[in-house]
Design a protein around this ligand. Structure first.
Ligand SMILES: NC(=O)c1ccc[n+]([C@@H]2O[C@H](COP(=O)([O-])OP(=O)(O)OC[C@H]3O[C@@H](n4cnc5c(N)ncnc54)[C@H](OP(=O)(O)O)[C@@H]3O)[C@@H](O)[C@H]2O)c1
Length: 323
């Protein structure tokens, strides 16, 4: 395993992290989750990503249970706040009240005294940034969190939050978590350059576009049974963001290219995310130990320039007028 610094900060994360959305505590019961987490730990993964909202707290509960057998000092645990956790007006968002209450609830569910990285899952336009910045600082001073972070925040909002933090004597954002894969290259345009300038690390999610970049989905054919795409309880985001005949064709072409290199589409797609110098860690989603074993090989794969050029042709970087 490789370890990378989280932006300019001292903490080091494994280049591959293990996620828990729709997997740990959802598709996988405690026993299969434990096998997955154990294998990840044995392979040198120290970074585990979860969120309060994943299966209504159950991902945190099961992940916490699985991690209990390892020394706390070996682990970098990230969890998130923002998504609705109840019907009440204060059961969501990034107010000081909700942040404090959900942090306490996440610590209880995970069974830990502190989380390493506490993340705002999305922006909350109804709460002043200063309130959120101060709430994170209060948690850090109370010893509940070490770093705070944001997911899918635009670069300008991070710049603004860090300027407020500097003014009020609070910690700045240390890490960001954008969606990033061959089919979604937007972070390369302004987010990666801004975070590199600010010394903010990036832990990136959905490296396989929910599995589409494994080549297992064929154009014109229904999704194989047992996959994320085949399950209406799991496939809403995938269907909305990626499920087109063209993308399935691209998944197949990626698999052909990977075969030429003697590897798999999943390994090539994950290694492609790892190649970017703004990326601290790529968060894997796995529903079996076999998938994890395969995906772990991405750390070893060097992608030759000629293959990178072919990937650029197949998955061009988006162009936004004026950017
Ligand atoms: N911050 C955020 O808003 C946010 C959003 C989404 C995710 N995340 C985090 O990022 C993690 C990863 O996201 P993701 O699940 O969307 O990642 P992904 O890598 O795009 O998709 C993972 C899914 O692809 C399939 N898969 C993985 N490896 C495979 C292989 N080698 N061969 C065939 N199929 C394979 C599995 O689904 P099946 O076996 O079921 O088909 C797996 O659950 C999550 O667990 C979560 O922790 C964060």
């Amino acid at each position: 395993m490789q370890y990378r610094k989280m932006g300019k900060w001292g903490i080091k994360l494994s280049a591959l992290g293990l996620g828990s959305y729709l997997t740990i505590g959802f598709k996988l019961d405690l026993q299969s989750s434990r096998a997955l987490v154990r294998r990840a730990y044995e392979a040198g993964i120290n970074f585990f990503d979860t969120a309060n909202a994943y299966n209504k707290g159950n991902a945190e509960r099961v992940l916490g249970e699985c991690l209990r057998e390892f020394p706390r000092s070996d682990l970098v645990i990230l969890t998130k706040v923002w998504a609705p956790m109840g019907p009440g007006p204060n059961d969501r968002g990034l107010s000081a009240k909700h942040i404090r209450e959900q942090c306490e609830a996440s610590l209880r569910r995970l069974g830990v005294d502190y989380v390493d990285i506490y993340m705002c899952h999305r922006p909350d336009p109804e709460t002043p940034l200063e309130e959120t910045v101060r709430a994170m600082e209060d948690l850090a001073r109370a010893g509940k969190i070490l770093y705070w972070a944001v997911s899918e925040w635009p670069a300008e909002l991070m710049v603004e939050a860090n300027a407020i933090a500097a003014t009020v004597g609070a910690r700045p954002i240390a890490c960001s978590e954008p969606r990033y894969n061959l089919l979604y290259r937007y972070p390369e345009l302004s987010l990666f350059p801004a975070t590199m300038r600010l010394g903010i690390g990036n832990v990136v999610f959905s490296p396989l576009a929910h599995g589409l970049l494994t080549g297992k989905y064929e154009p014109g054919a229904p999704p194989p049974p047992g996959t994320r795409a085949a399950d209406p309880e799991q496939n809403a985001v995938m269907m909305q963001l990626y499920w087109t005949e063209e993308n399935k064709r691209k998944g197949q072409e990626l698999a052909r290219l990977a075969r030429e290199m003697g590897t798999s589409a999943a390994v090539l797609a994950i290694a492609w995310c790892l190649r970017h110098s703004a990326v601290t860690s790529v968060i894997l989603g796995c529903t079996s130990v076999a998938q994890l074993e395969e995906n772990l090989r991405a750390v070893e794969l060097e992608i030759p320039e000629e293959i990178l050029a072919r990937l650029d042709e197949l998955f061009p970087r988006p162009v936004i007028p004026g950017v």
